[in-house]
Design a protein around this ligand. Sequence first.
Ligand code: SF4
Length: 174
Amino acid sequence: MNSLNEVGKEMINEYFPTGLDSFYLYSCPVLAWLWVHGQLVIPQRNEYIISGRELDKRRFSNKRSLDLSPYGKCDWVTGTQTEPVIHEGSRSKFHNEPKRAQLRHYLWAAKKLYNIDATGLLHLRKGRVEVVEPDHERVEDDHRRIIELLDAPMPEPKRIPICRGCTNKDWCWP
Ligand code: SF4
């Protein structure tokens, strides 16, 4: 298994995965492929997204962000500079693994860029809060899968629960 720095060197001239890459990787292989190929349609007037943005504005009003360039940016950070707590919220009832993966990616990036062991907190429905543990090897494996998507054809779609509200379903079942 490569160390964090070895993996970083391998990626330096290739592609820098972000938290959203990890999010889509765990959402649906087709969505992840569309995302890394710049083809993903994100509905800007979707009520769910608008209400989420309003919620974020309130949440983030007294929080700070953490720039993890080129690996993305966390918009909801508390704690100290040396012991940050990185938060993500998930409004889904069952489909929370994408947000866990996104958080794990941020924990990886904080370690890689600043040698900081950040804490990850996932805020779920009904006020539940879950600690997301770091798993840097798994994140690096996720990154390899994301990079593989760049040169791969679109994955074969498989019906999953989120297909029902998916705005990209024309790619799968025209
Ligand atoms: S319709 Fe389903 S399989 Fe196709 S992109 Fe959407 S979630 Fe993925």
